[in-house]
Design a protein. Structure first.
Length: 365
C-alpha cells in the first residue's frame, strides 16, 4: 500500500509539472501572438481612412445631371475654373497634392482617370493634363478647410467629341527610412487618393466611334505568356460596353490554339490598349500564326483577320521569363539520352573490336 501511495504521489507531481509547463507554454504563445498583433504589418496602411475630404464645386458650364465629376461644355479659347473644397479631418497638419491627368485605357479594358499613359495614343491631339494648371501642394492646418481653383484653358480651335482625364488628390507624406529601404524587395506601399473625373467638350454633338487593330505580337502579362492585340480608338469619344472575342491558330491549320472573350469594357477617347489572349501556361513556339478578332459596341461591330510571326529567339526569351513554365534542365531526359549515347558507343566499340579480332585471326591462319 505504501508503494501504491508513493506511486500515486509521483503521478500527481508529474501531472502538476506537466500542467505547469503547459501553462507556461500557452502563456508564451499568447505573449508572442500579442506582440505580432501589435506590430504594424509592412505593406499595409496603418490607417485605412483618408486624413482629408474633397468636394468638387461645379461651374456654370457644368452639364446638367453630372454630379460626381466635372463635365464641362464650353466655347473654344475660354478658361474655366475647376474648384475643389479641401477639408482636413484630423488635428495634425496635412499637405495635399493635386495633379491633372489625361484618361487612357488600361490592359483590363477600363478607363484610367487618375494616371497618365506612358505613351499617349498617336491620335490624341489635346492632352487634358497639359490644359489644366496644377497648383503647388496645399498645406492644411488641423481641421482647416480651404478652397482651391485650377485653371482649365480650352484649346483655341474647335474640337469634336470629348477630352477626358481627371484630378488626382493625394496626401503628401514624408518618406521614412522604411519606405526607402531596399532591404525587402517585396515590400508594398499602399497609397490612397481621391480621383475626380474631368470631361470637356465644345458641343454635345455625337461622334461615331471607330476601332482599329494596329498590332499583334507575342507578349507577357504578369510574367505569363499572352498574345497581345493592340486595339485603337482613334475617335474623340468613349467606346462603351465593348465586347471582344479573339482566337489564335497556326497558319494553314484550323485548330484553335488560344482564345479569349471579355465583355463590359470601355475605352477612353483617342486611346489604345493591348487585349491579352492567354496561352494558359503554354510555351511560345516559333512560326506563323493567324488572329481572328471581333469587337462589338452597341450596334457597331468590327472584324479582323491578321497574320503574325513569332520568332524562335523571341519565343525562347519569353518562355524563360514565364513564371508558369519550368525552364530548369530536364535531368531525367538528359540522363536517359546520355545513357543511350554511352550504350551505343559501347556497342560500336565492341563491334569494331570484334571485327579487329576476326581480322587478326584470319591473318594468323
Amino acid at each position: 500500500m505504501l508503494f501504491i501511495g508513493l506511486f500515486l504521489e509521483r503521478i500527481k507531481n508529474v501531472r502538476k509539472t506537466m500542467l505547469s509547463r503547459f501553462n507556461r507554454a500557452v502563456a508564451c504563445i499568447i505573449a508572442v501572438c500579442s506582440v505580432l498583433v501589435l506590430l504594424p504589418l509592412r505593406g499595409v496602411a496603418d490607417d485605412q481612412t483618408m486624413n482629408f475630404y474633397v468636394t468638387p464645386d461645379f461651374p456654370e458650364s457644368q452639364v446638367e445631371g453630372s454630379a460626381s465629376y466635372f463635365d464641362i461644355n464650353a466655347d473654344p479659347g475660354t478658361t474655366e475654373k475647376l474648384t475643389l473644397t479641401l477639408q482636413n479631418a484630423i488635428d495634425a497638419p496635412v499637405k495635399v497634392a493635386i495633379t491633372p491627368h489625361t484618361a487612357y485605357t488600361n490592359v483590363n479594358g477600363t478607363v484610367e482617370y487618375g494616371k497618365t499613359a506612358e505613351t499617349p495614343d498617336s491620335t490624341l491631339v489635346h492632352s487634358l493634363d497639359k490644359l489644366i494648371e496644377a497648383p503647388e501642394p496645399i498645406e492644411l492646418a488641423g481641421k482647416e478647410t480651404k478652397t482651391v481653383s485650377l485653371r482649365l484653358n480650352l484649346p483655341e480651335e474647335t474640337f469634336e467629341g470629348f477630352l477626358a482625364g481627371g484630378l488626382r488628390i493625394s496626401e503628401v507624406k514624408e518618406e521614412t527610412e522604411e519606405d526607402t529601404s531596399d532591404e525587402e524587395g517585396l515590400a508594398i506601399k499602399n497609397e490612397f487618393a481621391y480621383v475626380i473625373g474631368v470631361v470637356v467638350s465644345n458641343s454635345r454633338a455625337s461622334v461615331r466611334p471607330d476601332l482599329d487593330l494596329i498590332d499583334v505580337f507575342p507578349d507577357q502579362l504578369n510574367y505569363r505568356n499572352v498574345v497581345s492585340a493592340t486595339l485603337q480608338n482613334g475617335t474623340p469619344t468613349f467606346i462603351n460596353r465593348l465586347e471582344v472575342e479573339a482566337s489564335v491558330h497556326r497558319k494553314g491549320e484550323e485548330d484553335v490554339l488560344y482564345e479569349a472573350k471579355k465583355e463590359q469594357m470601355q475605352m477612353a477617347p483617342n486611346s489604345n490598349f493591348d487585349f491579352p489572349i492567354s496561352l494558359n501556361g503554354d510555351r511560345f513556339r516559333g512560326g506563323d500564326y493567324v488572329l481572328n478578332l471581333t469587337a462589338r459596341s452597341g450596334e457597331e461591330e468590327w472584324q479582323w483577320t491578321e497574320e503574325f510571326t513569332i520568332k524562335a529567339d523571341e519565343a525562347r526569351s519569353l518562355n524563360r521569363d514565364d513564371v508558369t513554365i519550368d525552364s530548369s534542365p530536364n535531368w531525367l531526359l538528359i540522363g536517359s539520352v546520355s545513357c543511350i549515347v554511352l550504350l551505343l558507343a559501347v556497342i560500336v566499340y565492341l563491334i569494331v573490336q570484334n571485327k579487329k579480332n576476326k581480322h587478326s585471326q584470319g591473318t594468323e591462319e
